[in-house]
Design a binder for this molecule. Sequence first.
Ligand SMILES: [Zn+2]
Length: 90
Amino acid sequence: MLKNYMEDAVDSFLPHMLKQYPDICRCELCVEDIKAIALNKLKPAYFVTHEGLLFSKIDEMTTQHKADLTSELTRAIDIVSKNPRHPKQL
Ligand SMILES: [Zn+2]
């Protein structure tokens, strides 16, 4: 099975990033938008899993990957928080 590791990385990084932005909307729509914007910019990191055996790739993530991830998530949070796709107060 082919898997894009970046998706998992975004999923696990985003909650930590959001803690730095206590005032922004974090509804499902905004969070999904943030992920989509960041993932569209990030280089995918595909790997193959065999028969349910999941390799832990977190340790193999390079410093460059982490830096890219942080900067793209910051950019995506900024974009979405300034232009949420719904009225400001839900
Ligand atoms: Zn929202």
